[in-house]
Design a protein around this ligand. Structure first.
Ligand SMILES: *Cc1c(COP(=O)(O)O)cnc(C)c1O
Length: 417
């Protein structure tokens, strides 16, 4: 064992991901020569050269030996600046999103923080009025204090996006599908408006995942993820990412990633890499189950309205078919009995667990106004159509029949209040 550890052969000295320039470009990274499902499993992860390990090792190290001052033995100096396990994930994400480069962060909001760090006082952002609550909070409560201005519009209506543009607009930021109302924004059309105004198009692709929608291929410049959700996929890790169309934007973001330091640790990077390997098969089941649940809800007498872009009743059903390969695993709905019915539903399920978050293999239920979206004032929520009785489901990959039975049981409880 020591012989291996002390091996000073050139192969070992190259480090785990031999490469220049950084981050390491490895097997199939950006060649896009193989299909999505294959790249999900292999991109950024050649087998480890010293032992042949098939899974990327978890490089639990803060620092790296140097041959001479300023001359590291391999490609790494310090793990805030770079770590091989994180580099494998970043490389994998770049491949899946058809981007130049990926950057991994300690959470989705740490990624948002670094995204916003590129802006200066007086800069302006056009964004959606139906956003994840934490995104709304970091925009209003953190970055407005630094002199950045936000205009919240329905980004599903491109004329509203165009009308909100100013000479100072730096980002058009859309979450599509949006959380929790499942509104869609036309990424190609929004990117055109952004580019006409010399702004960058940013898409939060958390709900869709790159398996169902690839914003960079549609014209976006930066993709944001909460990897905590579908990419991690098992409700066991909090993580985030930014993926860029160009190396130039990546350079700027990487400077801030290193300067402010909200990086993803090696163990968490490993967990996300492991999750991504099964993304394609999980998403197929999430989508099939969600469609079945959405149809079941829509057929119920107790349900007022269902939001799911895979239903023909969804106002952007056609856009969904154009922009996404399937409608995803998230469904939200309003019951006829309003808030009390919603609470009864959310507390009556046996398989759907009442909890925040989404995108894991297990089904979850929540009521956004009192949980994930409580950081948005109620009058702002209601103006955007987010009613207090809304119930949101993250439909998992359990057996469809069991999920439908559970929904039926909870609908009965909701009808009884
Ligand atoms: C959860 C979520 C975020 C924030 O990510 P964290 O990993 O919780 O910091 C951002 N956008 C969307 C759409 C989310 O669902």
């Amino acid at each position: 064992m020591m012989a291996v550890l002390l091996d000073s052969s050139p192969r070992f000295q190259l480090g785990f991901f031999p490469s220049t320039p950084r981050p390491p470009l490895t097997l199939m990274n950006n060649s896009q020569s193989s299909r999505f499902e294959t790249r999900a499993i292999h991109a950024g992860q050649p087998h480890e050269p010293v032992t042949g390990a098939v899974m990327p090792p978890v490089f639990m190290t803060s620092t790296y030996a140097q041959d001479a001052p300023g001359e590291p033995v391999g490609d790494y100096e310090y793990s805030r600046s770079g770590n091989p396990t994180r580099a494998a994930l970043e490389s994998n994400l770049a491949s899946l999103e058809s981007g130049a480069r990926g950057l991994a962060f300690a959470s989705g909001l740490a990624a948002s923080h670094t995204l916003m760090a590129l802006l200066e006082p007086g800069d302006h952002v056009v964004t959606g009025n139906d956003l994840y609550g934490g995104t709304y909070r970091i925009f209003r409560k953190v970055f407005e204090r630094y002199g950045i201005k936000f205009t919240f519009v329905n980004t599903g209506d491109t004329s509203e996006v165009a009308a909100a543009m100013t000479d100072h607009t730096r980002y058009v930021y859309a979450e599509t599908p949006s959380n929790p109302l499942l509104h869609l924004s036309d990424i190609a059309a929004c990117a055109e408006i952004a580019h006409k105004g010399n702004a960058l198009m940013v898409v939060d692709n958390t709900f869709a995942t790159p398996y169902l929608q690839r914003p960079i291929e549609l014209g976006a410049d930066i993709v944001l993820h909460s990897l905590t959700k579908y990419l991690g996929g098992h409700s066991d890790v909090v993580a985030g990412a930014l993926i860029t169309r160009t190396e130039e934007v990546a350079e700027e973001l990487a400077f801030h990633q290193n300067a402010s330091g909200g990086v993803l640790g090696p163990m968490d990077s490993f967990l996300v890499l492991r999750g991504i390997k099964t993304l394609a098969v999980r998403m197929d089941r999430h989508c099939a189950n969600a469609l079945a649940v959405a149809k079941h809800l829509e057929a119920s007498d107790h349900v007022e309205r269902v939001h799911y872009p895979g239903l023909e009743s969804h106002p952007q059903f056609d856009l969904c078919r154009r922009q996404m390969s399937a409608p995803g695993g998230m469904v939200s709905f309003e019951l006829k009995g309003g808030v009390p019915a919603g609470v009864a539903f959310a507390t009556s399920t046996k398989i759907f667990t009442l909890a925040e978050s989404l995108g894991g293999v297990e089904s979850l239920v929540e009521t956004p106004p009192s949980m994930t979206h409580a950081s948005i004032p109620s009058e702002v929520r209601q103006a955007a159509g987010l009613m207090d009785g809304l119930v949101r489901l993250s439909v998992g990959i359990e057996h469809e029949a069991d999920l439908l039975t559970d929904v039926e049981l909870a609908l009965g409880a909701a009808a009884a209040v």
